[in-house]
Design a protein around this ligand. Structure first.
Ligand code: C2O
Ligand code: CU
Ligand code: CU
Length: 526
């Protein structure tokens, strides 16, 4: 009896339990299906396509050339970082922005190889910042990294002698943990270096006429016309905007009356990787000539129909125009080497119209492009005395987050080193080194494509890929001031994907790891 009772009593709860379990399973299934649905919806909405939808109705702004004065042989520039408002034609036209000597972006600095320059940078922002000369070979103290803080109301006056080939370089803030926001608000500008070769070669070189700075940034705007600094919930790389600005102009066109125009392309975005191409008014791809990379002219022009630039990279291209015909600079979908999820949420599937070139009905013909632009880089992996490995994963390098008090490695001034940079994670990264130019020796053992065979300072590193770089360390030794290396996807950099190296003379002792900002003064004085 006892057994039967137990059996009967046990049967009822078992049936109930089964029913409950079934109900739970159904609920879980519904949740999973809903979750997959939400993700699928997010995935399908994650790509942006503005092609054919951008109305090119605003003349492209050309950043003014920064005025300079000569002080006992030194070319002196002034830059003032401050806040303002800009009318982008969005919302009520009062977007709060930051800029140098103006409300958005900054003037173009220009100097010649061999010249001594000084820039008096004044901080009129309400917070500490720095200004870094991206692409310049200079003493670490002048580099403008996280250790050279400029406090509000202060002026910082770095000075150095330009001794590197002609190139399109740029400047932007680098305060530790705040770089993405400072750049995104609008603090960035170009710095052109000229030399005897670049001056005598038959290249389009009239600034703002046939030699055009093209600073490309993507923005998202809030409903009330402000910059939206938030990145999407699934974004592995940072803020991706659906609105492209060139030199601060939305929907820009440029009228050209020459048969060739040189575009100095700078990816000044924090996260977006562009794959630029040109499309004519019949929708056909047009070829162009790539003449320079980050660090200067290529050995010879390279014919291409695409040029991919990750954040921080530059390229100079020369575009041939036909009378009365428009061409559009467009960013195409690009295989980032990531899985379908990261590809999508890093913007790899996006299509964006960038800039319209409007050719006049009569074009002034210029000379053909020279076949030779200069000597190829003279660095070879075989010359490297030191090999170093850098593993990019998560937002760390070699498992470590940036620490302003930690020196990651110490090298010898002028020595050639081989840096093996591996993206060990699933998300896109790039890699930038301060104070040097480098050569991309190979990508997973293969020679890089021709546009990457010149001098560079920033390079894309696809997931699962190893890029080997050969570089000659700066000749300026300083046991106390480090140079930075980092991912130039600015959110990654801010989250810690950065490290520091010192360059010293043989026999010299490395100094104490300095801290950033005020602490640095306290430490060096203490
Ligand atoms: Cu353009 Cu350390 O950066
Ligand atoms: Cu830099
Ligand atoms: Cu990164």
């Amino acid at each position: 009896m006892t057994a039967a009772t137990t059996g009967a009593a046990g049967r009822v709860p078992t049936r109930r339990r089964r029913r409950r379990i079934t109900r739970l399973l159904v609920a879980a299934l519904v949740l999973v299906i809903a979750g997959v649905g939400v993700l699928a919806l997010a995935w399908s909405r994650a790509s942006t396509d503005t092609t054919g939808r951008v109305i090119f109705d605003r003349p492209l702004a050309i950043p003014p050339l920064a005025p300079s004065r000569s002080e006992s042989g030194t070319r002196v520039f002034d830059l003032r970082a401050g806040a303002g408002t800009t009318d982008f034609g969005v919302g009520d036209g009062v977007t709060r922005t930051w800029g140098f000597d103006g409300a958005y972006l900054g003037p173009t600095l220009r100097a010649e190889r061999g010249e001594r320059v000084r820039v008096d940078v004044t901080n009129d922002l309400g917070e500490s910042t720095t200004v870094h000369w991206h692409g310049h070979e200079l003493p670490a103290e002048m580099d403008g990294g996280p250790h050279q803080a400029i406090e509000p109301g202060q002026t910082w006056s770095p000075t150095w002698t330009i001794d590197q080939p002609a190139a399109t370089t740029w400047y932007h803030p680098h305060p530790h943990g705040r770089t993405a926001e400072h750049v995104h608000r609008g603090l960035a500008g170009m710095f052109l270096v000229d030399d005897d070769d670049s001056r005598t070669l038959d290249l389009p070189s009239e600034y703002g006429v046939d030699d055009i700075p093209v600073i490309v940034q993507d923005k998202a705007f809030t409903a009330d016309g402000q910059f939206d600094h938030r990145s999407g919930p699934f974004s592995p790389t940072g803020v991706l905007g659906d609105t492209v600005l060139v030199n601060g102009t939305i929907g820009p066109y440029l009228e050209v009356d020459r048969d060739k125009v040189r575009l100095r392309l700078l990816n000044a975005s924090g996260a977006r990787i562009y794959d630029f191409g040109l499309v004519d008014d019949h929708g056909h791809d047009r070829e162009f000539a790539v003449i320079a990379g980050d660090g200067g002219l290529l050995p010879s022009p390279v014919t291409a129909d695409r040029i991919r630039l990750s954040p921080g990279e530059r390229a100079e291209i020369v575009v041939g125009l036909q009378p009365g015909r428009d061409v559009v600079l467009r960013s195409h979908p690009t295989d980032l080497g990531a899985d379908f999820w990261n590809q999508r949420f890093s913007g790899g599937d996006d299509r964006l119209d960038v800039l319209q070139l409007r050719a006049a009905d009569r074009l002034v013909p210029g000379p053909d492009l020279p076949g030779d632009l200069g000597p190829p880089p003279d660095l070879d992996p075989a010359d490297a005395g030191v090999t170093r490995a850098f593993r990019l994963g998560g937002t760390s390098i070699n498992g470590l987050d940036m620490d302003v008090r930690r020196i990651d490695h110490v090298g010898t001034a002028g020595e050639t080193e081989l840096w093996e940079v591996t993206n060990a994670g699933g998300t896109p990264h790039d890699f930038h080194v301060h104070g040097v130019r480098f050569v991309v020796a190979d990508v997973d053992g293969r020679r890089p494509p021709p546009p990457l065979r010149g001098w560079k300072d920033t390079v894309y590193v696809a997931p699962g890929t190893t890029v080997r770089l050969v570089l000659r360390l700066p000749r300026h030794a300083d046991p106390d001031s480090p140079y930075m290396f980092h991912c130039h996807l600015l959110q990654h950099e801010d989250r810690g994907m950065m490290g520091q190296f010192l360059v010293i003379e043989p026999g010299q002792e490395p100094g104490r790891p300095p801290a950033a900002g005020h602490d640095a003064h306290a430490l060096t004085q203490g």
